[in-house]
Structures are given as structure tokens and as C-alpha cells.
Design a protein around this ligand. Structure first.
Ligand code: NI
Ligand code: MN
Length: 224
């Protein structure tokens, strides 16, 4: 069954035995919380939510080393192609079937970090597991729609505030999304996004029907 590993900040790896590995927002070089180095990580697809350095990070070099494909918005995919990196361009609202399942791009209320672009989130169906990776975003009401349209198994939500949702808004997001499991990210990498994930867990488990799991960088969650 699939395993999700938190590699620090906004970087997650989803993999299964003999199944392609999906890497999200691989900012590892220069990441004070990185659980692995960019040279060590193995991936087949790299999903990039936007081009800020703490998300695009090592995506192109990891893609080159692994012959992996970038999955992202057209602007970031275009930049990948310009740098001789394989990519699959998508855009917000669009869904595409890959060998592991499908990926749909969602809106994210955030800067794109690239000219003419948009930040996005992802709903990923990985061998039947439905995972929402919110990317960097503020709270938005259409998260209710994401929860209604997708029977999510897991929601990955930023909680560090300042650049994204803070704890209270992220707990509201969890109530909109209705995933049985929520995992926080994008906190404590730097002082400006300091947050106490236990406070988020308490709030989520008090105000919603979701369970919250806090993963330290390097820790994993496996579906049974
Ligand atoms: Ni950002
Ligand atoms: Mn960020």
C-alpha cells in the first residue's frame, strides 16, 4: 500500500512497492529541515505547486538525475522544457490520467513565482488513494467544493501563517475538506513561519471529524 514520507517544509514523497514515486515541492538544498539530500531522493514524477524557491527548489536537478517528469502549470512546465527537463503541462481545473492514477490542478491563493503564472494545489489519485496537497495558499471557500467533489483520504495543509494559512484557517480548511486524515506542513522552517503543530492537531480534532497526524521531517505514514 502507498506510503507518504514527509521530507521537510512542503516536500512529500508518495511511493508504493514497484510503483512510480511522486515527489511534491522538493526544496531540499538550503532547507534547514530537509530529511534527505536532493542527490539521494528518487522520484518518477515531480509535482510543483509554484515557482517560489522553497517549492520549485531542486525539482529540475532531481528530474534530470532520475529522468523524472515535472507535473505543473504550463509556465513552470515550459521553464522545465527550456532547461531540457521532461514535463507535463497542466492548468487549474484540468485533470489528466497518469500510469499511477490522475492528477487535477486546483486553485491556490498565492503568488506563482513565475511570470504570467498561477500557484496551484493538486488532487492526486494514487492507486485509488485521494490526496489533496494544498501547496501554499490562503483559506478559500471553494475548498468545500474540493471536499464535495473528491472523497479525500488525506489532506496536506500549510499551517505556518505569514505566507499561507495559519492554524485557525487551516483547521477551517480541514472542516471544509472532510478528509479523515490531515497532515500539516510549511511551518518551523524559519522563525517567520513558526507554529505549534500540536495546537493545530487539537483544533482539528476538536472542531472537525478529521484526525491530524504530525510528521517530523523524515517520518512516514503508510496506509494499511
Ligand atoms: Ni510560496
Ligand atoms: Mn512556501
Amino acid at each position: 500500500m502507498p506510503k507518504l514520507r514527509f521530507l521537510g517544509h512542503a516536500c512529500f514523497l508518495i511511493e508504493g512497492e514497484n510503483q512510480p514515486a511522486l515527489l511534491f515541492d522538493p526544496f531540499l538544498t538550503g532547507n534547514p529541515l530537509a530529511a534527505v539530500s536532493a542527490e539521494e531522493v528518487k522520484a518518477d514524477y515531480i509535482l510543483v505547486s509554484h515557482a517560489h524557491a522553497d517549492h520549485l527548489g531542486d525539482a529540475f536537478s532531481i528530474a534530470r538525475n532520475n529522468e523524472a517528469s515535472i507535473i505543473s502549470t504550463a509556465e513552470i512546465a515550459g521553464e522545465a522544457e527550456a532547461q531540457d527537463v521532461k514535463s507535463h503541462a497542466m492548468h487549474i481545473g484540468g485533470k489528466h490520467a497518469f500510469p499511477f492514477g490522475h492528477v487535477k490542478l486546483t486553485v491556490a491563493l498565492h503568488g506563482s513565482g513565475i511570470a504570467g503564472g498561477h500557484a496551484c494545489g493538486f488532487v492526486v489519485n494514487y492507486y485509488g488513494k485521494q490526496i489533496y496537497f494544498a501547496g501554499d495558499t490562503g483559506l478559500f471557500g471553494d475548498m468545500k467544493l474540493i471536499g464535495e467533489l473528491n472523497a479525500l483520504d488525506l489532506a496536506l495543509l500549510p499551517i505556518g501563517d505569514n505566507f499561507t494559512m495559519g492554524i485557525e484557517d487551516a483547521a477551517l480548511a480541514a472542516s471544509f475538506l472532510k478528509a479523515p486524515l490531515v497532515i500539516p506542513f510549511h511551518y518551523n522552517t524559519w522563525p517567520v513561519i513558526q507554529a505549534v503543530p500540536e495546537e493545530f492537531k487539537q483544533l482539528v480534532e476538536k472542531k472537525t471529524t478529521s484526525r491530524c497526524l504530525i510528521l517530523a521531517p523524515g517520518e512516514s505514514y503508510s496506509w494499511e
